[in-house]
Design a protein around this ligand. Structure first.
Ligand SMILES: Nc1nc2c(ncn2[C@@H]2O[C@H](COP(=O)(O)OP(=O)(O)OP(=O)(O)O)[C@@H](O)[C@H]2O)c(=O)[nH]1
Ligand SMILES: [Mg+2]
Ligand SMILES: [Zn+2]
Length: 391
C-alpha cells in the first residue's frame, strides 16, 4: 500500500494506518484477519457441519471482530471492510440548478435496482448514507415525484457536504471478485464557482479522483429557450470560470503545474435536462439513449459514447459554447460528453408527471472503466491509454 492510501469519507483526511474501536467507542488493537484459505473454507462450510471445526478461539476472535470498526485518525467509523477496497472520490460539479442532485438520485436508484446486473455488478450503500439518501433524495424525488430542493449551503469554513458512499462489487465466473468504494459528493452549485468558496467548502475536490461536470442546456446562448427560470441570464462566463477553478484545484491538490495532464483523474460531462432538447432539429437525438448492457457489448457501447461525445461537442459549440468547450476539453483529462435526462420530463408546479430516466448510466460506466473496474476497450484514445498509469 502506498503511503496515505486511504481517505476518510467523513473528514476527507488521508491516512495510512487505521485504528480500531469497539461498540463502546474505545480504541482497541486491530482484529485478527482470516487468511484467504479460511475465508474460502468458511464459505463452503455448512453451518451445522462439524467435520473441520475452526478453533473456538478463532471463532470468538472473529465474532468480536464483527463488532469492531476501523476508524480514521479523527475517530470517524469507516464502513465495514472499507479499507480492503480501493476508493474513488467523485465530485459532482455544476452551477446551481444544473441537475446534480436530481442526476445523482436517479443514478443511485437505478444502481440499487440492479441496472448493472447484466455486467455482473451489484452495488450496496453504506448504512449511514442509505438513510440520508432515502430521506433527502429518493423519497421526495422518486416516490413523491417532487422537485428536489436546492442543496443547502455550507455555513462554516472547512465543512464538506455529507458523502454518499457506495460499494461496487463485480463477480464474473472464473475471475476473483473485485470491489471498489465510490464516494459521491453533491455540493451546492452556489459554492462551486468562486475560487474562494472552492477553497473554503470544496475540500472534497482536493481528494477527488473523478469529476462529473453537470451543465444545464439553458445557459448556452443558442439553447436559451430551454432555460429554467433565471438560467438564461447567467451566461457562460460563470460556468467557464467554475471549470477553470476546478481544474486548477485538481492540479494544485496533486502538486502539478497548471497545464499538466491530470493522469489519475476521470472526467465526464453531462448535458443535463436533455428531454428539453429532443424537439430541436440540430440536437443529435439518438445520443440520448440507453444501450443494452452486456460484457460483450461494452467495447461497442464505449465507441458509441465517444462518437456521441463528439457530436454533442459540435452541437454545443454551434450553440454558442465554444469558450466553455475549449476550457473543458483543454483542462480536464479527455472528458466524454453525455446527453442525460434524469427525469425524462419537466416538472409542473413542483411535480414530475412521471420519471423516466435516459442516458443516466453512461457517465458512470466511463468512470468505472477509467478506474479499471470494467474493461475500457473502445473508450480510450491511444494517447490516453499511454498516459493513464497502470493500476
Ligand atoms: N426537464 C428536466 N428538468 C430537470 C432535470 N433535472 C433537473 N431538472 C430541473 O432542474 C432543477 C434543479 O435540479 P437540482 O438537481 O436540484 O440541481 P442542482 O445542480 O443539485 O442544484 P444545487 O443544489 O443548487 O447546486 C430541478 O428542480 C428541475 O426543475 C431533467 O432531467 N429534466
Ligand atoms: Mg443540489
Ligand atoms: Zn474522518
Amino acid at each position: 500500500m502506498p503511503a496515505k492510501a486511504f481517505v476518510c469519507p467523513r473528514c476527507l483526511e488521508r491516512f495510512s494506518l487505521s485504528a480500531w474501536q469497539n461498540a463502546e467507542g474505545q480504541r482497541v488493537p486491530p482484529p485478527p484477519r482470516p487468511s484467504r484459505w479460511q475465508r474460502l473454507t468458511e464459505s463452503f462450510r455448512a453451518p451445522e457441519q462439524t467435520g473441520t471445526p475452526q478453533s473456538t478461539q478463532f471463532r470468538a476472535a472473529m465474532g468480536d471482530a464483527r463488532r469492531l470498526s476501523a476508524v480514521c485518525p479523527n475517530g470517524h467509523r469507516l464502513p465495514p471492510d472499507y479499507l480492503d477496497r480501493p476508493t474513488v472520490v467523485v465530485g459532482l460539479v455544476g452551477l446551481t440548478g444544473a441537475s446534480k442532485s436530481t442526476y445523482l438520485t436517479v443514478l443511485l436508484d437505478l444502481l440499487y435496482a440492479g441496472a448493472l446486473a447484466p455486467l455482473d455488478i451489484s452495488v450496496e450503500m453504506d448504512e449511514e448514507s442509505a438513510d440520508r439518501f432515502e430521506l433527502n433524495y429518493r423519497q421526495p424525488l422518486l416516490v413523491d415525484k417532487r422537485q428536489l430542493p436546492l442543496t443547502p449551503l455550507l455555513l462554516e469554513e472547512g465543512q464538506s457536504p455529507e458523502p454518499l458512499t457506495v460499494v461496487f462489487r463485480r463477480t464474473s465466473r472464473g475471475t476473483p471478485e473485485r470491489s471498489m468504494n465510490v464516494v459521491f459528493f453533491d455540493a451546492s452549485g452556489e459554492q462551486l464557482y468562486r475560487k474562494e468558496d472552492l477553497g473554503r467548502f470544496g475540500k472534497f475536490l482536493y481528494v477527488a479522483s473523478s469529476v462529473i461536470v453537470v451543465l444545464s442546456p439553458g445557459m448556452f446562448p443558442g439553447l436559451a429557450s430551454t432555460a429554467d427560470p433565471g438560467e438564461a441570464s447567467i451566461g457562460l462566463a460563470r460556468p467557464t470560470q467554475m471549470l477553470v477553478n476546478v481544474a486548477d484545484l485538481l492540479r494544485s491538490a496533486r502538486g502539478l503545474k497548471k497545464d499538466a495532464y491530470l493522469a489519475d483523474v476521470s472526467a465526464s460531462v453531462i448535458l443535463s435536462k436533455a428531454d428539453k432538447l429532443r424537439s430541436r432539429p440540430d440536437f443529435p437525438a439518438d445520443a440520448l439513449r440507453d444501450a443494452d448492457l452486456s460484457p460483450a457489448a461494452l467495447p461497442r457501447l464505449f465507441e458509441e459514447v465517444r462518437a456521441n461525445s463528439g457530436r454533442l461537442v459540435d452541437f454545443l459549440e454551434n450553440n454558442g459554447g465554444s469558450n466553455l468547450l475549449t476550457a473543458l476539453l483543454g483542462r480536464l483529462p479527455d472528458p466524454t460528453v453525455h446527453a442525460v435526462s434524469a427525469t425524462g420530463s419537466e416538472p409542473e408546479s413542483g411535480h414530475y408527471p412521471s420519471i423516466t430516466p435516459r442516458g443516466v448510466l453512461d457517465p458512470l460506466l466511463v468512470l468505472l472503466a477509467r478506474h479499471r473496474f470494467i474493461p475500457r476497450e473502445g473508450l480510450e484514445l491511444e494517447q490516453a491509454l499511454a498516459e493513464w498509469p497502470q493500476a
